[in-house]
Design a protein around this ligand. Structure first.
Ligand code: C2E
Ligand code: CA
Ligand code: CA
Ligand code: CA
Length: 280
């Protein structure tokens, strides 16, 4: 018994060691990932359920490492935030996705009404010239401010309330809608909903997932929808995976949705095909 205990310990140490090594490796290689064209942008449609049309694409970062293979954003974005590399990565995602939208628009008139929704982490918001960078990215691609949506999470509003308040006000004044991502998962103080200039709430997929099975989750979704309609906030349901989800959402008056039911996040050329098929 003593022997096996020791063996388990060693195994555990090896695991910890491997994890630490992998993290170090990711941290090191992330520095060159942009230059090596390993960071890609994938696009997931956000659909209007009434018109059955794509109204926006969320831009999602992907890293295809030459040896480690595909590394999910949940793994490398936090490291990018800690090391400050999120600034360069965020810049790249912003410019690249808007450039892609412009390209689609030159190919298909249906793409003219579509927007790109970009995730911004707290670290990026602390950058003092973020607004001018956003405006520059729009100008460079000759796009109106309505072509961009900014996704932030609740954490940001708490960590840096004054700064967030100023930034959100400026974005709203520039006609750039601000979306509150993953709503319901964080600290979820309802005071944010009127304290900050928010345009739309994205209900986290953990609530949508459970709607059919759990009365509590359904009630939460229903209540968020009710609240948003009274506060004149838009609502997007995340993680919509089935026709049953769509049916419930429509019944609750939630008419914008995103999820695998429509498409998983896909590369630009596949997203372009979705525009042609959906918004014909
Ligand atoms: P998020 O912003 O909440 O993005 C939605 C995530 O849900 C995506 O994961 C997407 O693939 C996944 N998803 C979409 N529909 C469904 C569905 O129907 N079912 C299920 N089970 N999942 C669905 P992904 O692409 O792995 O991104 C994870 C997170 O990484 C994002 O969560 C976001 O917080 C972060 N992230 C991704 N790209 C960026 C970026 O460019 N900048 C920043 N700051 N964060 C990013
Ligand atoms: Ca998001
Ligand atoms: Ca989300
Ligand atoms: Ca998230």
């Amino acid at each position: 018994a003593k022997e096996s205990g020791k063996a388990r310990y060693e195994l555990f140490d090896v695991d910890m060691h491997n994890n630490a090594m992998k993290r170090l490796r990711i941290e090191n290689d992330l520095r060159n990932a942009l230059q090596k064209n390993q960071i890609k942008v994938y696009y997931q449609p956000i659909v209007d359920l009434e018109q059955n049309k794509i109204i926006a694409f969320e831009a999602l970062a992907r890293w295809n490492h030459h040896e480690l293979g595909f590394i999910p954003p949940d793994e490398f974005i936090p490291i990018a935030e800690e090391t400050g590399m999120i600034h360069d990565i965020g810049q790249f995602i912003l410019h690249h996705s808007l450039g892609t939208l412009k390209f689609w628009q030159t190919q298909y008139s249906q793409a003219n009404d579509i927007a790109i929704s970009v995730n911004f982490s707290s670290k990026q918001i602390e950058q003092h010239d973020l607004i001018s960078e956003i405006e520059l990215a729009l100008q460079e691609n000759e796009l109106p401010s309505s072509s961009l949506k900014v996704e932030i999470t609740e954490g940001l509003l708490i960590e840096n309330e004054k700064l967030a308040q100023k930034l959100l006000k400026k974005l709203t004044e520039s006609s750039i809608p601000v979306l509150l991502d993953d709503f319901g998962t964080g600290y979820s103080s309802l005071s944010y909903l009127h304290k900050f200039s928010l345009h739309t709430i994205k209900i986290d997929r953990s609530f949508i997932n459970q709607m059919e099975r759990s009365e509590e989750h359904l009630t939460i979704v229903k209540t968020i929808a009710f609240m948003c309609s009274h506060l004149k906030l838009g609502v997007i349901a995340e993680g919509v995976e089935s026709d049953e989800h769509i049916k419930i959402l429509k019944h609750l008056g939630i008419l914008q949705a995103q999820g695998y039911r429509f498409s998983k996040p896909v590369p630009a050329d596949e997203a372009q095909k979705l525009i042609v098929n959906f918004n014909a």
